[in-house]
Design a protein around this ligand. Structure first.
Ligand SMILES: [Zn+2]
Length: 223
């Protein structure tokens, strides 16, 4: 058995810079898949313009912690949310994002290409003496981690190279990725890539249909 998930870039390609590390690199380590399988997809350091983040695949939101700028720290900042593909057999975790559209929350239905917010480039952290310090990030990025759910097991997957390609040479495409449901790595189906439909077919920050009940989680400590 297998299933295919259509995937596309997350960081708006004109604002993409480079990868700042994938699964098992840098601060990406276990035991949680949300950290270990993180892919740090870099955004422009130009703070005069925002760099948008878009949904890499269809899903429904299962965990949402809104961005509270007063709680940002050097390693943990921005909104955190997890979403699962409609069949609940794979999912993703995103963080370091601000300006999440109104109404977005647990239960929201998200289509591939939907606007998720903007990449955080400046944080404000609280010093021990309760004063605040503004820090302009030298490597702003979206942290996106992916997981396959096989039975009750969550198996992190490494699609870092795919996402670097989707941000650059295949930014004008989306591609089905085959999940095998047997613990082997998912495989992009390049022969079936399609042309990405820009802006007109993509929901911008117009808000999400209904405001679902608020729910937060402290399970995640991404990098
Ligand atoms: Zn990361």
């Amino acid at each position: 058995m297998s299933f295919d998930v259509e995937m596309q870039f997350t960081v708006d390609p004109p604002g993409f810079t480079k990868g700042h590390g994938g699964p098992n690199e840098g601060g990406h380590h276990g035991p949680n898949w949300t950290e270990q399988y993180g892919m740090d997809l870099g955004a422009s350091t130009d703070t005069a313009v925002e760099t948008a983040a878009y949904a890499a695949f269809d899903g429904h939101v299962t965990v949402f912690t809104p961005h509270n700028p007063d709680n940002d720290s050097k390693t943990r900042y921005g909104a955190q949310f997890a979403m699962r593909y409609p069949n609940d057999k794979m999912g993703g975790f995103y963080t370091h994002i601000k300006d999440v559209p109104a109404g977005f929350g647990v239960g929201s239905l998200v289509a591939r290409g939907d606007f998720l917010g903007n990449v955080i480039k400046v944080i404000r952290i609280k010093n021990p003496d309760n004063t605040f310090e503004t820090i302009t990030l030298t490597a702003p990025h979206v942290h996106l981690a992916l997981v396959e759910i096989i039975g009750s097991q969550k198996v992190g997957v490494n699609l870092y190279q795919l996402f670097l390609d989707l941000e650059t040479i295949y930014a004008e495409n989306y591609v089905p990725v085959r999940f095998m449901e047997d613990g082997t790595p998912p495989e992009p189906q390049w022969s079936r890539k399609k042309n990405y439909v820009p802006v007109a077919g993509r929901r911008q920050d117009t808000g999400y249909a209904s405001k679902p009940p608020e729910q937060t989680s402290r399970e995640y400590q991404p990098h």
